[in-house]
Design a protein around this ligand. Sequence first.
Ligand code: CP
Length: 342
Amino acid sequence: MAQFADLRHFIDTQDFTKEELLDLLELIRLMKEADKQGVTPKLLQDTSLAMIFEEPSTRTRISFEVAMTKLGGHALYLKPGEIHLGARESIDDTARVISRMVDVIMARTLKHETLLKLAEAASVPVINGLTDYNHPTQVVCDVFTMMEHMPAGRRLEDLHVTFIGDATNVLNSLMFICTQMGMHFTHAAPQKYQPPPAWQEIAAANCAQSGGSLTVTTDVQDAVRTADFIYTDLWWWVGQEEQIPERRAAFMPGYQVNMDLLKKAPQHCKFMHCLPASRGVEVTDEVMDSPRSIIYDQAENRLHVEKGILVWLVYPRLKRPSPALRAYHAGRIQAFVEGLGN
Ligand code: CP
């Protein structure tokens, strides 16, 4: 197990080796197994997490807050506009101040640069809760969910993952982690919505090291032919409303995940989506609600993954005072308080 007593942030899976990520996935597996039997060790007792959000969230917000509570700690929800972050106070100052009060920070920022600045100035671990560049906690969850639903007798390195649709921050992260792990990753999208060369170069370098493969294609029918998992994401996001007609015309109908497309994949192929989804747009209700859909397992796993990431980054850094030292200080403070007013 990697030792993280030194400060490590969770900004990008590319910052970790395959072995480190496999350690993390095993920790998550153990924590989920324990949780299902009603056991969550209070490994982060008396610790605090600051959750900074510049955008709304359902899964990320709830999973991190519940994870901290289950681990014996506490989470502060700092909603969009609630704290100074680059306005009225520099990002550096905000990061330094928050670091003096909490043990770990999770941030969802509009710009990736904001998160990088926050991490550079922070003296506690910073976890990326999604930026315009990537979404690493989501894709650790996705690989964990794939491991749970892997066809019998297969290894991670045998899996074929096909992502259909826009080259979003989730596509970026998923392409990176799958190629890091030695999996076979295909992205099917119209040319205009394929990942930029810089992202493809990172994934190709991962493949050269891991033995995985990367295919980027416009041929969606061919892309699903050997898929073990089909994954899609929104075709447009907040701020892209003006592009809706153009994007809809580019993706519809060929890139919509519907039953006709799913039938072209092997029988065992499962459907995944990071959610939120636009039902009837990038995916039909029939697929979302079919027995081949594992979207709610995937969503639940965010909770187990956040517990694993928090313990992985924070637990080795905690300084636990001895019972004798605790008793010494408690006694002195208690004696002082009891003497007040005498
Ligand atoms: N998948 C995901 O990050 O969901 P939220 O935006 O609800 O956090």
